[in-house]
Design a protein. Structure first.
Length: 455
């Protein structure tokens, strides 16, 4: 049989496919043509079957689907170490966010991308907290990372956020939100134009800010728009258990959402820091997506006695994606460690395969992309990571545990997005990291001055 041509053959790898069986192929290979994976299997078989333009010897290193950060407020990445100073100066995160300019949003997303590549990520999801989506979308083209985004701050009840979480808002920040339902509806769906580009790196979904800031009319309009366009609908929900209980008292329960047809694979709720046992079947049984932010969750359950049931939901069939929210206390590569510790504290320990799935396939499903990314299988996009075989954590005893849970001490050998190498040894191929970091430092300093936080 004549070997078929392909662009890249990664061979002699420990392949973590994260398919339905969480398969580990000990001496595996992945063939890539264009943006897609065309074959996965034993090295010996794929060597015979394919004639690659480029052959990469993994030398036993792990190959896995790229991690996807299922929920990050990307424009705030440069703010992650400023909270204590804010509190001392009576400055809120709302002051910081209202001071953002397009160049600041670009600088923040670019800095995050440098750190994402170092940690083995190929994409991230912003939930609608970018004021100028074009500024962040440029990062995809400049670096080669995959981005999911939606319309900024879609809400018609912004004052509810000021009442429930005043530390997040400011008068200047609220001026940038829609004033009423009419303005929110005008903003809704503008970013869906990005989905018209076949094979593009920037994808749009329909999202509302949620967390009690959307009227039933806005919720329904957004949900209907998502259904008509065949994209995911997302909402912050259950961030604060106290606010969630207040919603229950008003009749806004998971059962009511189910009756209204709002649950299902096309819907994703972020946080869900309070889940009643009876709601597990409603959410998981319907295939509703859940985004789990471990750090934010631990803050809430320590103060408000929430009852998160992330592992119960995942084991019941809900696609659960793992996310940083804003990684203020950990680096991206420590997210698996944080989630594993969180699950243990909550009384339902997670397996390595569950954490791996949440960082890849579950995260992809949370934005409706599970059909084409998030695992290594023929027909999926080649968004994959090749790990160094001599990394200190790579003992080969349990490659899933070592990859998904242990923070990586050594950057990946290579990160591929759409079949193209976008980073080598943790460094972006298209941009100089020093310049990115310098730009981020200048941006953060400017924001500090504009917020009155400079010395």
């Amino acid at each position: 049989m004549t070997p078929q041509p392909c662009d890249i053959l990664i061979e002699s790898a420990t392949v973590l496919t994260v398919d339905t069986d969480d398969t580990v192929i000990a001496d595996g290979a992945v063939a890539i043509t264009g943006a897609d994976i065309v074959a996965v299997g034993d090295t010996a078989r794929l060597r015979e079957a394919y004639a690659p333009r480029e052959r990469i010897d993994a030398k036993g290193g792990v190959v896995h689907p790229g991690f996807i950060d299922a929920h990050i407020h990307i424009s705030q990445y440069t703010s992650r170490s400023v909270l204590q100073r804010m509190e001392a100066a009576s400055v809120t995160m709302g002051n910081w966010k209202s001071a953002l300019r397009p160049e600041d949003e670009y600088a923040s997303a670019a800095l995050a991308t440098v750190d994402y590549f170092r940690a083995g990520y190929t994409g991230f999801v912003d939930p609608g907290t970018i004021f100028m989506p074009d500024a962040v979308a440029q990062v995809a083209g400049d670096f080669g990372i995959r981005i999911w985004l939606t319309d900024p701050y879609v809400s018609d009840r912004a004052r509810a956020l000021a009442e429930n979480q005043p530390e997040l808002v400011s008068p200047s920040f609220l001026k940038l939100w829609p004033r009423d339902l009419e303005e929110a509806l005008e903003r809704l769906g503008r970013e869906l134009r990005r989905n018209a580009e076949p094979g593009g790196l920037v994808h749009a979904f329909v999202g509302i800010y949620g967390a009690d800031t959307a009227s039933p009319e806005l919720f329904r309009a957004a949900l209907d728009l998502a259904r008509r366009n065949g994209v995911q609908f997302q909402e912050h929900r259950g961030y604060s258990p106290n606010a969630y209980r207040a919603g229950e008292a008003a009749g806004e329960t998971i059962a009511a959402l189910q009756e209204a047809g709002a649950l299902g694979p096309g819907t994703t709720f972020v946080h869900m820091n309070l889940v009643h046992h009876g709601d597990i079947e409603r959410l998981a049984g319907s295939g509703t997506g859940i985004v789990w932010c471990p750090y934010s969750q631990m803050r809430m359950i320590s103060s408000e006695k929430g009852r998160p049931r992330m592992l119960d939901l995942a084991r019941g069939g809900a696609p659960v994606g793992l996310a940083t929210d804003i990684p203020r206390s950990v680096r991206f590569d420590a997210l698996g460690t944080l989630a594993h510790a969180n699950a243990a504290v909550c009384g339902t320990p997670a397996t390595p395969a569950e954490i791996m799935r949440m960082r890849t396939a579950g995260a992809a499903a949370s934005v409706g992309a599970g059909g084409w990314t998030g695992s290594i299988a023929p027909g999926k996009r080649a968004d994959i990571v090749l790990r160094a075989p001599d990394a200190s954590e790579a003992l080969g005893l349990d490659p899933v545990w070592e990859t998904a849970i242990l923070g990586s001490a050594t950057p990946p050998r290579a990160v591929f997005v759409n079949g193209r190498c976008v980073a080598r040894d943790g460094l972006p191929e298209r941009q100089e990291p020093g310049a990115v970091i310098e730009r981020a430092h200048a941006s953060a300093s400017g924001l500090m001055r504009r917020c009155g936080l400079s010395n």
